[in-house]
Structures are given as C-alpha cells and as structure tokens.
Design a binder for this molecule. Sequence first.
Ligand code: COS
Length: 380
Amino acid sequence: MTVDRILPTEEAAELLGLARDLAQGELAPRVDDHEQRGEFPREILRTLGRAGMLGLPYPESDGGSGQPYEVYLQVLETFAGSWLAVAEAVSVHVLSCFPIAVAGTGRQRKTLPELLGGELLGAYALSEPQGGSDAAGLTTTAVRDGDEYRVTGTKAWITHAGNADFYSIFCRTGGPGPDGISCLVADAGTPGLLPQAPERLMGLRSSPPAQIVLDDARIGVDRLVGAEGGGFRIAMQALDSGRLGIAACAVGLAQAAVDHAASYAKQRTQFGKPLAAFQGLGFLLADMATQVSAARALMLSAARLKDAGRPFSVEAAKAKLFATDTAMRVTTDAVQVLGGYGYVSDHPVERWFREAKVLQIVEGTNQIQRLVIARDLTRS
Ligand code: COS
C-alpha cells in the first residue's frame, strides 16, 4: 500500500521518491542473499552515501542534506520496508556522527563532509558486556598519558564493528557516575582497537554486531569530543535522536508486514472464498494497519518537536516504545495470517518476525523507554 504522506517541501517529496527507487532497485533484490550469507552490505551503504542518504538530517554546510528529521525518518522507513539491516545501518551511522556534529572542535568538524557524505562509516560504542541499560556505570577507562589517552576495556553489541571506519567511544576519564564519562572518536586503524568475532543473531544477520576490545588503545587527546566529563550527556542526546531512527525502522518493517499479509489474504482462498472475506482475518488486518498508522503518527509528532527545536526526549521514548512493540505484534500477526506459509522462509514475514524482536531491545530496551517516560511523569 502506498502511504499517503504530507511532506514539507517538493524537495522532500523527490527525496522520498529517490529512497523508494533505491529500496526497490538496490535493496530488495539483494536482501535475501545477504541475509542468508550473513554478509554486511558495505557497497550498498557506499551507494546510499553517494546518493546523499547517510547525512540527511545534518546541515548542508557540514556536508549533510539539511533535511528535517521528519523527512529523514520517512526515508529510513522506506529502506526498512525492503531491508531492515540497511535502514538500521543508516540510523547507526547518523547516530555515530552525532558527537562530532554537535560538539566537535573546529578541526574535528572538518571531517564531517567525509562522515556525512558516507565516505566513512561510523559506529557508536556505548554498551559493555556487563551492562547496556546502566550506561552511566560503564567501566572502559581512558587514562591521560601526554598527548594521548590509553584506553582499556570492552565495548559490546557494536553495530558495524569490523566494518566501520571510525568509532564514537564512550569511556571513563574521571570518577564514577555520568560525570566521569567522555567521548573519544577513534579511527578503525587505531592500534589496540580490536573488533571481535561477529555475534550470531536471530535476525539482522547481514549486520551482526561484535565486541570491540580496547587493549591499551592510544587515542590522541585531540580526539576528545566536547569537554572531559561531558560524554554521558552527548551519549543521551544522541540516543534521543537515534531512538526516533529505530522507531522509523519499526514502522517501515511493520508496514511491509501489513502490506504482505493483506495481499496474501486477498489471494489465498479457503472454504471457497478469499481469506480476506473472513471477518476474523479482516479485523485482524484492520487492527494491524491501525497500529502502524498510530506508530507513524507518534514518530512524526516527536520528530516535528525536534525539528522545531523543542524538547523531544520523552516523546522519542514513547515513539520508540510504541513503534517497536507494534512491529513485534504486527509481524507476529502477519505470520498468523499466512499460517504455515508464514513460518517458512519462502515469504519475508518469517524474517520480519525475527527482525522485529531486536527493535524492542536496541538503543535502550523498551523497559528503559518506559523508565524515561515514567520518570518524566512522576518527577516532582
Ligand atoms: N539529554 C541530555 N541530558 C540527559 C539526558 C538526555 N536525554 N538524559 C540524562 N541526561 C543527563 C541528566 O540531566 C543528568 O544530568 P544532571 O546530573 O546535570 O541533572 C545526567 O545526564 C545523568 O542522568 P540520569 O541521572 O537520568 O542518569 P541515569 O544513570 O539514571 O540513567 C537512563 C538514565 C537509564 C535513562 C540511561 O542510562 C539510559 O538511557 N540507558 C539506556 C542506554 C541505552 O539506550 N543503551 C543502548 C545502547 S546504545 S546503542
């Protein structure tokens, strides 16, 4: 189904058209092969970078496309309907550029055209093996030694580990708690920065995360982004925006599942009539479609707050929570509509069902989103 979108400009409408062409022409034909082989689509990300898709929400003066967040999210949604791992990769790249884009020094910002133009792929290294939710408790340490930091620790669940050209790394330069955390941006070739074997995932197999071991990695003090001790706030602000990206991935995935299930229910006959003619299934499809529209509306309303420069952190948490829970429910129902055919890999709903689960976990579990929302409601 074509989603009827109200876009802010003619340019945005053209951009969405280009995103649809890329999704259909570049992504859809390759997704199954890459997912089966577990091969990261680095070349496709280069193609998207050249098409201007890796820096959409950042200013043109920095090498981005200067698009409102609401437009960027609808592009992500379009990619996610064809290939979730690619949409997530774009979202993670945009997240990894955030520290330099908002808090980088003049010299660091000179690298932005390469980052936002997609020449270089980024990774965001916050989580650690012993905890991802308690981000302020991270233990990777960076000890100043002359013009360098000597960084030691392990980062976990790092999307693009081993494929990225640069890593935005959050580490402890001071005492315990959030105020002891700083952000360093390191090149992939930094000695002692060691990507480990990829994780073996339930879904998103073409973009498996991996741990990054930092074994006395030497990172220049000129790679410190923002002030020492200012890293936690940068990390949280980046995640506020990143969570909207994950919401967009969820909406795109869920929309694809609704479309596929509806089309199947029109064609498949049982007891002499199409499945869609049975009210039980028609109502199920109606509920699926309604939830996806509601998720999109929530995501866009949070994005428009961000675009207007208003606080949007809590609305982003609501959008991430609702959109990803919706994607899980809707893909589960899509499998049910297809019956046995939904449980085999001949139809993409089997993959979408596996992929939806991870969206409830990444960039803050949905329990963390509830915590952010509840704290705001009950703050005195
Ligand atoms: N934007 C700006 N600043 C923020 C912020 C945000 N969204 N969230 C928190 N801060 C600030 C707070 O204002 C506080 O500063 P002050 O001490 O000056 O008031 C500081 O950061 C510490 O915040 P808080 O006390 O809320 O920290 P907590 O340790 O309680 O952690 C949660 C808060 C749980 C919300 C945070 O750790 C979190 O989001 N965890 C999940 C991390 C995550 O998403 N990981 C996924 C992996 S990355 S792909």
